[in-house]
Design a protein around this ligand. Structure first.
Ligand code: TPP
Length: 327
């Protein structure tokens, strides 16, 4: 479906907001105000392109830790993000119990993942099976990094989705590194999209720095899934501009020149250039978005800093029931 200029601006806005929030998280970490951050900088186009291709609040999502932009598009707020980063009681996913970026949001049908990579793939296959058994026209989108596609759990989930022709979109955000490991030391094919033919599902590689290209590819995958034509594997090729996490020093395994070179294809820049070229984004609109993003980030930080931590006597709630009922 052709996107209006307004929707395209909305997509750009979401990417920008995710970027400014993510950048602030790095600053908070270096200020000693948060313990850990895992970044989605460079991934925004893939996530926003995918989110806009689904019906938000209707379809299901099993995201991974870099999916901040995706979660914002689903209704997660900057304050939610800051609460989770700071481990505050108002963190909507876990009340401050889970690692940051292990998102969940009941109203958006977004399900939290576990720390072992790729485990959310089998969750998505299970959700896909439930959708099929209930004869609904929903789809489920799950994302992983390319390194996670080396895991047995990933193959099991994809295989199950393919065998039963489930309405699952398997999005791989191929950012060229699994911590320090490049794809060529992990797989004998050029990329995860090439694994699809061996498992019997549609596989496709798309420029993951181009939000509109991702939107088109995922929209087609959604259409196939809703028609009962089964799952699709979409490999969004992009680049992880930041280190793996706030605990990583990427200078030990990649050159500064390589990183700088990839910044020329920064997804924000790519979207901005495209929108300006077709006159869908003016300088004044861009300035307004920058100001709004900074204000929202500042307010979110302020709210989270002032918010209380969970109390120790609530640590196990609601993980365990108060009493075990027998009989
Ligand atoms: C099963 C498992 N092994 C190792 C880890 C440690 N680990 C966390 S993230 C990560 C890299 C994953 O790389 P990739 O799937 O390419 O995603 P990216 O972080 O690059 O987005 C690893 C090895 C883990 N969480 N789970």
């Amino acid at each position: 479906m052709a996107l209006s200029a307004e929707t395209k601006r909305e997509m750009y806005w979401m990417m920008l907001l995710a970027r400014r929030l993510d950048e602030r998280a790095w600053v908070l970490h270096r200020q000693g105000k948060i313990a850990f951050h895992i970044s989605g900088i460079g991934h925004e186009a893939a996530q926003i392109g995918a989110a806009f291709a689904l019906r938000r609040g209707y379809d299901w999502f099993t995201p991974y830790y870099r999916d901040l932009a995706l979660m914002l598009a689903l209704g997660y707020t900057p304050t939610d993000f800051m609460m989770s980063l700071m481990g505050k009681k108002a963190d909507p996913g876990s009340g401050g119990r889970q690692m940051p970026s292990h998102w969940s949001m009941r109203s958006a049908n977004a399900v939290s993942h576990s720390a072992p990579v790729a485990t959310q793939t089998s969750h998505a296959a299970g959700i896909g099976l439930a959708i099929k058994l209930h004869k609904e026209d929903k789809v489920v989108l799950t994302s992983v990094g390319e390194g996670a596609t080396s895991q047995g759990e990933w193959y099991e989930g994809v295989n199950w989705a393919a065998v039963h022709r489930l309405p699952v979109i398997l999005m791989v955000q191929n950012n060229q590194y699994a911590i320090s490991e490049p794809p060529q030391t992990q797989m004998a094919v050029p990329g995860p999209a090439d694994k699809a033919c061996g498992l019997g599902l549609h596989g496709e590689r798309v420029d993951g720095t181009d939000v509109f290209a991702v939107y088109d590819a995922v929209s087609q995958a959604v259409e196939r899934a809703r028609k009962g034509e089964g799952p699709s594997l979409i490999e969004a090729r992009l680049y992880r501009i930041t280190p793996h996490s706030s605990d990583d020093d990427d200078r030990t395994y990649r050159s500064r020149e390589e990183v700088e070179d990839h910044k020329k294809r920064d997804p924000l820049l790519v979207a901005q250039t495209a929108l300006k070229k077709e006159k869908s984004l003016s300088n004044a609109q861009e300035d307004e978005m920058e100001t709004r993003a900074r204000e929202m980030v500042d307010e979110a930080v302020k709210a989270a800093e002032a918010a209380p931590y969970p109390s120790p006597d609530e640590a196990a709630y609601p993980v365990y029931v108060e009493e075990i009922r027998h009989g």
